[in-house]
Design a protein around this ligand. Structure first.
Ligand code: DX5
Ligand code: ZN
Length: 219
């Protein structure tokens, strides 16, 4: 089974956003990953609602919106209205995660939970059936182009086990430092979706990089 690929627009050329989105439209990408950073939850600021709307106006693929922000509940409706199909909130930013997931679901979006590298997957045990996508951070969130954290492989296996044990349909997305070099080991550990920023956009041929990731098979 081939993996889903979600190129991260964070690594795109923001001065040519329409062109970049049109490139993704004709690519084999499954989602467009949209990284929202508030300068509080993470030590960086990316962009917000108007830019997400602008991406949505040109996008022909679902928007996978990753909220690296505090108080995400206050912005769920705005991002849904801006075109988000999947909304991922951070486990570490939600005091009432179950309530937040219901709110996302009530807006008609798919539910996502992102977990930082230090957060054990077991913390999701009692909400896993309410989660469509776990965005597992394989770098500390805040920046593109960082080095992949090797402990991710064992977290994927443990999360896969948990999903199967609970009979859930949750997809496992890996975010940070994904390249063709680690993708097949990630797939073998149980990953379903690859986010890739610099690997795709720093290339002279992004379409080929997306195709390569789509073509990854089990080791
Ligand atoms: C990091 C973001 C990632 C990032 C991935 O905080 O959540 O989505 O854009 O970029 P690469 O693939 O360059 O690590
Ligand atoms: Zn992300």
């Amino acid at each position: 089974m081939s993996p889903l690929v979600a190129p991260s627009i964070l690594a795109a050329d923001f001065a040519n956003l329409q062109k970049e989105v049109e490139m993704l439209n004709v690519s084999e990408a499954d989602y467009i990953h949209v990284d929202i950073m508030d300068g509080v939850f993470v030590p960086n600021i990316s962009f917000g609602i108007p830019v997400t709307e602008a991406i949505y106006r040109h996008a022909k693929k679902p928007l996978d919106v990753h909220l690296m922000i505090v108080n995400p509940d206050n912005y769920l409706e705005s991002f849904r209205n801006a075109g988000a199909d999947i909304i991922s909130v951070h486990y570490e930013a939600c005091t009432h995660l179950h309530r937040t997931l219901q709110a996302i679901r009530n807006l008609g979006a798919k539910t996502g939970v992102a977990i930082n590298p230090h957060t054990p997957v077991e913390f999701l045990t009692d909400v896993i059936q309410d989660i469509d996508l776990v965005c597992m951070m394989s770098v500390n969130p805040g920046f593109g182009g960082q080095k992949f954290i090797e402990n991710t492989y064992s977290k994927i296996s443990r999360l896969k086990h948990l999903i199967l044990a609970k009979g859930a349909k949750t997809k496992i997305e890996i975010d940070g430092g994904v390249t063709v070099k680690n993708a097949s080991q990630l797939l073998s550990a149980g990953a379903d979706v690859f986010v890739a920023g610099s690997f795709v956009f720093n290339s002279t041929d992004p379409l080929a990089m997306i195709r390569e990731l789509k073509g990854i098979t089990l080791v």
